[in-house]
Each structure stands twice: as C-alpha cells, then as structure tokens.
Ligand binder design. Structure first.
Ligand code: CTP
Ligand code: CA
Ligand code: CA
Length: 623
C-alpha cells in the first residue's frame, strides 16, 4: 500500500469517517409493515439468502456412482489433469493443480476415475480404457444429472422459496418468504398490529427474543475480530439479537434440513453460507468446508469484510477487480472503503456505485431462476490436431451430434415438446474467431443421432464447400432457440408459419442460413461463447482464453456464458438502481453524491446500444 503519492492522497477520505459511516445500515428498524409486506424484494430488511455448494462435486459424483466409501481418496481426471479432488485426497496434499502422475506419487492408494467420454460410434458416454483426446470427447452429463437432482431436492423442500442455479454445483436460495411465514407462526403476537401502536403499521416490532438457539452444526462468523492468535469466543453481549438474526437462525434450520436431505438421499455433502444477500452468502459458504454451514449476521459484516482481499467478492475477482486494485493501489476491502464514491464514479463511471456498495456489504441482485440457460445446448471439441481434410469433419460431427441428441432427449423427458428451432455449426482455427453457419431445425417427434448428424454435416459441407484442404482446430455444434413446440405444429411447415409471428429478435435468428455464411462469431447471432443482451443490444463475448479453457466442456462453457450473462444483468440492475429515484427510507443505500445517479434525469441515461464508458467495459469482450 502506498498512500504517499500526493495526487492520490486527495482522494482518500478521513480514515475515521470511513469507519463510522461505511456500515451504517446493519440494524435497520423493522416495522409491522416490513414484516407483513410480501413484495419488498431486495429492499426487505428481513431478507435472508443462502448459497449451497457441493463439496468436491465431480469427485463426489464418481464416488456415489461407484458406491465407494466417503473416506476414499479419489480424484477425477481429464486426460492428464485433475478436475476434482475429494477431501480425503486433499489430506495427501493433492490439489487440482497436480498432474495425475504427481498425485499418485503423493498417495499410492489414490482412486482415480477418468471423466466419462463420448467415443465415436457410441450413442452414450462411457468409461473406456482406451481414452485418447484424439478420439474421445469429455462428457459431464453425469454431473449435470446429479446437479439437477440436488436442485430438485431444494425445489421440493422449499416450494415458496426462490432458487437460482448459480453453477453446476451451487445454488442461491432466497429464504425470505418461508422464513417470514415461520416467524409469524412462532411469534403469533406479531401477526396483528396492536391497536395502540403509535405509528400504526410503521411501528417498529417489539424487541426480539434475548437469546437465539442457533441450530446445530452451524458456524457463526464472529462479530468481533479475534486478537492475534486468540480465537476464543468474545463477549458479544453488546450485540443482542435483531429480528434479522431471528430470520437468519430460521433460515439456517431450513438450510440444515435441505442439506441433510441431499446427503441422506443422494449422498452429497454440501457447504452453505447464509447472509442478507447473495454476495455475502457466497463468501460465507466457503468459510467452513466441507460439510459446513456459516452464518454472517449483519453485525459481523464489518469485521468480516474489512480485512478480506476485495477480489474475493463475487464479480470483483476478474478484470474489474484488477483494474480497481491497480488504480487505487488497494488490496483489502478496508483499503477500498477509503475511495470516495465521487472518485470511483469519475474513473469507472456512474455504475461503479455497484462496487462501492458491494464492499459495504450491499448487494441488490435478486435470486432468480434463470431460464435463459436452457435456451441453448452445445457440444464442442477442441481438436488435439487440426482437421486438414474436409472428409474428416463428419466423424467429429457425429460425436457432437450424439451428445446433443442425448441431452435433448433427456430434456424431453420432462418437457416432451421441447424443440430447438435452430442448429448451428461453429468452426474455429487456432485462436481466430469462429466462423459459423446455422439452419432451422425441423420439429421431429423422435430426435436421433442420424438426424442431428445429417443436419450438422449439411452445414459442414456448406461451410467447407469443395475445398480439399481445410484447417479446423475446434468444432461446436449447438441447438438454440429451444422452446416448446406448439400443438399442431408437428412438421417443418408448421415451423415456417409460426416463425412469421415471432418477435424481431427471434426472426433474426431464423434467417436462411445462407445469409450468415462465413460471418465471424462476433456478429453471428448464435455464438455459443457469447450472447446478445436484450437490453443494450450488445454482443457480450467471453474472452478467447476462457473459451479455450472451457471450450472442451460444453456445460462449462454454457455455464460460464450464463455467469457472464448474470453478471451483465447485475450490471444493468446496478445501473437501474443508480438511475432510480430514492424511495425507500429503510433501505441501506448510501446516497450517491452525483445528482444524475439519484435523480430522474433521463437525459443522462445511456441510450441502448451506446458504447459504455464505465465498468461495462470490464464485462465486455477482451480488451
Ligand atoms: N470445475 C472445473 N473447472 C474449474 C472450476 C471447477 O471443471 N475451473 C469443476 C470441478 O471439477 C468441480 C466443480 O466444477 O468438481 C465445482 O467446482 P468447485 O465448487 O469450485 O470445486 P469442488 O471440486 O466442488 O470443490 P469444493 O469442495 O472446494 O467446492
Ligand atoms: Ca463445490
Ligand atoms: Ca462451486
């Protein structure tokens, strides 16, 4: 930390002032109106969010599949690398960084499972002996299926909670509503506003219980910092429970029950975090692993966050966090708290209010089931050796077609009319952007590998033409515009009639394939490594190196794009908030000091499509 530079020192607020004001919203007044409202959303002072993450997930899936003991030191291997390491194996010092050879040296009894692969000519992925990156393609289908089972447990046990799958092995769970119902059941005297309440519905609730019975196996993140080397519990009696603590305590009971059900019925141990919002829940979930559950009470937020490296916070780990670290020479949350909002906004744009708030423990993003995720499916293969002859394409297309067919048919088990309106083929040479071509995919009752492969082959032929020599380093075959087929829409004619009625955006995707031939992925409507934001109409693309790392794994790539999309949505959300007039007196928003970010000054609002100058650039394509 160098605070010496005179140009920089002018941007620092007084240290003491920062301490007093930064976390001023930890004990908001909670009224009958708050308790009885059902639609306060992210402004709800009783909001409780959980994040549940599976422990060593891929390794656990293989352990369950093979019916091995929980104590087995097990790794999941992809070619020579490790993609998951069980906790017993971690005791030997094995980490994801190790190569399989070194891992076996560290633990001679290591059980190593190679992730399932698709093999040419086989309809389903399997565990083969002759695994070779030149002929096989990784399949994460097992993990995806197990992931869906875990999600179903959450959904079944919590019909009135909102659940958002955040990645293959984790989910955010908004417990606010079920917890509110439980509070009313357990404290029936809160159900009616007392007739003599001085401010009617706006009367604060009576004092909460003096002590809470925090459920078993729960770790409370301490309110007071530990003295050097002394971790013994401090006297926290000056922080009596609040109604929000009551809510967290009940939320912890729900979470414990769900995690137990996942463990008992499916065999997966999980770790969870509970706090007032998503970013804090996610941070807390990694405090005790494996099989742990941590609770971050509002009072514990300042001492938990201040010493933390701020790049650990959700969305601050990437380029954006690095830009902040470089700009202000800061590393901990405490450091960044000293940067004023004005300063931040002048360098990073109005939207950096969102970062300003995050380091203050405020995160207004909603827990929302993301359905967009299921709108496309893709299978891809980075070839160890480029294809140089046009005739070598179809064998890989068949492998990709087998994966897509399996996944589509699996999805059709729960949604029989599910139908991808478009099929696309992307070809990439080395590090160049991909070329792609797409075509409408006819509605068929029974999707077979043959049908998909022949549609893929047709695109391949159209793209490589009569050229004898080609140079293709990676192939991606994808379905997009997945939706429900309509009743009576049983054939390809139905498709064309239907398509004229669809929205402009959909229609764009249905252009005859010829018109997009040879377009670079940055402008083609269906790149599996990017998406077009429906609000700002911009194409948001994953950086090429991420595509390279995740490209071999369709789910991983789709998930990474989903995360990018969520991040981008959150960015719009933060922008909206910055533009919205302040309406909520109890809400924790520090008032941004720039008039345009609080007022209704629509003139200053960005037009859709206008290039963004602020933090948006950190969420855009490489650069
Ligand atoms: N994964 C991956 N590539 C990454 C990160 C994760 O393939 N860059 C996979 C891992 O193999 C893992 C799963 O996604 O099993 C979930 O990742 P994560 O939760 O980060 O790790 P876990 O293995 O589940 O371990 P932990 O117990 O620490 O959560
Ligand atoms: Ca995990
Ligand atoms: Ca995870």
């Amino acid at each position: 930390m160098s605070l010496a530079s005179p140009t920089k020192s002018s941007i620092w607020k007084g240290k003491e002032k920062a301490m007093d004001e930064d976390y001023a919203d930890l004990r908001p007044v909670i009224t009958y109106r708050h308790l009885h409202s059902h639609n306060l959303g992210v402004r709800d002072p009783l909001r409780v969010v959980g994040l549940c993450d599976s422990d060593a997930f891929y390794a656990a899936c293989e352990r369950v599949r093979l019916n091995l003991s929980e104590d087995a030191p097990l790794v999941v291997q992809q070619w020579e690398s490790l993609i998951a390491v069980s906790y017993p194996a971690r005791k030997y010092g094995i980490s994801r960084m190790d190569k399989i050879k070194d891992a076996k040296k560290k633990c001679p009894d290591l059980v190593s499972v190679h992730v399932a692969t698709y093999k040419e000519g086989e309809k389903e992925p399997g565990y083969w002996d002759d695994i070779d990156t030149r002929t096989h393609k990784v399949s994460l289908d097992l993990y995806r299926r197990e992931s869906a089972k875990i999600m179903n447990v959450f959904k079944e046990m919590l019909p009135n909670g909102e659940i958002e799958k955040a990645s293959i092995d984790e989910a955010f769970i908004d417990l606010t509503q079920p917890v509110r119902d439980t509070i009313l059941e357990r404290y029936p005297y809160l159900a009616n506003i007392p007739p003599n309440a001085p401010q009617g519905a706006d009367t604060p609730l009576p004092s909460p219980p003096l002590e809470l019975d925090w459920a078993d196996k729960v770790h409370l993140i301490p309110i007071l910092p530990s003295d050097d080397g002394d971790d013994s519990p401090k006297d926290e009696s000056e922080f009596p429970p609040t109604w929000h603590d009551v809510a967290l305590c009940i939320a912890a009971e729900f979470m414990t029950k769900m995690r137990k059900q996942v463990l008992d019925t499916l065999g997966y141990s999980t770790s969870a975090g509970l706090a007032r919002n998503k970013a804090l829940a996610k941070l807390s979930a990694s405090v005790r692993k494996p099989n742990g559950q941590s609770i971050l009470r509002n009072d514990a937020i300042p001492n938990y966050l201040r010493p933390m490296a701020f790049q650990k916070i959700r969305f601050l780990g990437g380029k954006l966090g690095k830009a902040f670290a470089d700009e202000y020479d800061v590393s901990s949350v405490g450091d960044i708290l000293t940067v004023s909002l004005d300063e931040m906004q002048s360098k990073f744009g109005e939207e950096s209010l969102w970062v300003y708030e995050l380091v203050r423990g405020i995160d207004r993003s909603e827990v929302k089931e993301k359905t967009a995720y299921f709108k496309s499916m893709l299978a891809s293969k980075n070839l160890p050796k480029p294809i140089t002859k046009s005739s070598e394409g179809p064998q890989w297309i068949r492998v990709l077609a087998a994966e897509l067919t399996l996944r589509l048919n699996e999805a059709r088990e729960t949604m029989p009319s599910l139908w991808p309106k478009t099929i696309a083929l992307h070809l990439r040479k080395g590090y160049e952007a991909s070329r792609s071509k797409q075509a409408p995919f006819p509605f068929v009752k029974e999707v077979t590998v043959d049908i998909v492969a022949s549609a893929g082959n047709k695109l391949w032929k159209e793209m490589t033409g009569n050229a004898k020599d080609v140079n293709v380093g990676a192939l991606q075959l994808s379905f997009s515009n997945l939706g429900r087929g309509e009743v009576g829409q049983k054939n390809i004619d139905g498709f064309f009639q239907q398509s004229t009625k669809r929205s402009r955006e959909d229609a764009e995707d249905d252009q005859p394939s010829d018109t997009i031939q040879g377009r670079a992925s940055s402008s083609s409507p269906q790149s599996p490594s990017s998406f077009v934001c429906s609000r700002c109409k911009k194409r948001i693309e994953l950086p090429i190196h991420v595509v390279e790392i995740r490209g071999h794994d369709a789910e991983g790539l789709a998930e990474t794009v989903a995360a990018l999309r969520a991040e981008h949505d959150d960015f719009h959300f933060a922008q909206d908030l910055a533009n919205a007039p302040e309406t909520d007196q109890t809400g924790p928003a520090p008032k941004p000091s720039k008039p345009s970010s609080t007022g209704r000054d629509t003139k200053r609002r960005k037009k859709a499509g206008e290039p963004s100058k602020g933090i948006a650039r950190y969420f855009n394509k490489a650069g």
